[in-house]
Write a protein that binds this ligand. Structure first.
Ligand SMILES: [Zn+2]
Length: 305
């Protein structure tokens, strides 16, 4: 018997004993664990009230080099469903799943994404970089729609009784994603093409760049695992001057000092804080995926428009 069935039976007993008004009111919701905050929001959008979701890597935190805790192993062990990005984003997840002993199904949210390679503009940092696919697929809204469809299918397989609810939630949210996509395109149209150039700390906007025609350069590769060396920084400063890149941006998960140094030495201005790999906390400007994309868009427009 799985953990969820146990909770259902316990809830039914409480109802029979008159201690709980209904089974629906009891904690019979599907327990999902997502690896990082952006994914957790997408799961919450599709799952609605039937799913309780927690994120292993929290808001404003970096998932690339994350070190799971014993508490994470416990949460994964108790989960009915584990949702991961895939594409090598969470290098630590396979070990964690194995160590936790969980039998829960694992949904790979990026399944079916047409991947792009990491930025090859710069020197590779080592054998782990270079040929890997860029994992930040959610930065293209079309891919976020694919994530939502994969999450919907995963939730429905784990909890067929609520498949119609998950389908309705997913299609309502996909409409919001379509509106967001149109808004991004319309807003970027107002920025002159030669100003659609941005520097970020790590190479996390490749899919955005690809989908919406904005050029991003970064001193760090597609992972934050390796630090940018003096050669990377010098190369970026040369590029900023040569291409007249208007602004550099500090990602919420990154140390701001590198971008401040690059801005100082290159003459580019420092744009607002942007969100690449993690949401902000609930009180911040990017508590959900839609807000995150709009907050970034506003920062780009203010710095470049
Ligand atoms: Zn990243």
């Amino acid at each position: 018997m799985d953990a969820r069935m146990c909770r259902r039976i316990a809830a039914a007993v409480l109802v029979l004993l008159g201690l709980m008004p209904s089974v629906a009111a009891a904690e019979t919701r599907l327990k999902a664990v997502a690896t990082f905050s952006i994914l957790a929001d997408l799961v919450a959008q599709v799952g609605g009230e039937q799913v309780s979701v927690t994120s292993l890597v929290g808001p404003d935190a970096d998932a690339h080099g994350y070190s799971p805790t014993p508490g994470d192993a416990r949460r994964v062990a108790e989960a009915d469903l584990v949702v991961v990005n895939g594409l090598g984003f969470e290098g630590w997840i396979e070990r964690l799943i194995k160590a936790s002993g969980t039998k829960a199904p694992v949904i790979v949210a990026s399944k079916g994404v047409k991947t792009i390679a990491g930025n090859h503009d710069h020197d590779d940092h080592g054998p782990d970089h270079g040929d890997h696919a860029d994992p930040h697929a959610w930065q293209n809204v079309a891919n976020a729609k694919l994530y939502v469809a994969n999450i919907r299918d995963g939730l429905s397989a784990a909890d067929p009784a609520h498949a119609a609810l998950y389908a309705a939630n997913a299609s309502a949210y996909i409409q919001k994603l379509d509106a967001l996509d149109a808004e991004i395109r319309a807003t970027l149209q107002t920025i002159p093409a030669e100003r659609r150039r941005i520097i970020t700390t790590h190479d996390s906007f490749g899919y955005f760049s690809d989908a919406y025609g904005m050029r991003f350069l970064a001193p760090q590769g597609i992972s934050t695992d390796s630090e940018a060396g003096p050669k990377d920084v010098a190369r970026i400063i040369r590029q900023i001057r040569r291409d007249k890149v208007p602004a550099v941006f500090v990602e919420s998960i990154a140390d701001p000092r590198l971008m401040q140094q690059i801005a100082r030495e290159s003459g580019a201005k420092v744009g607002g804080r942007i969100y690449s790999d993690a949401l902000s906390g609930p009180g911040g400007p990017a508590p959900g995926y839609l807000e995150m994309m709009r907050s970034n868009l506003q920062a780009f427009r203010e710095a470049l428009g």
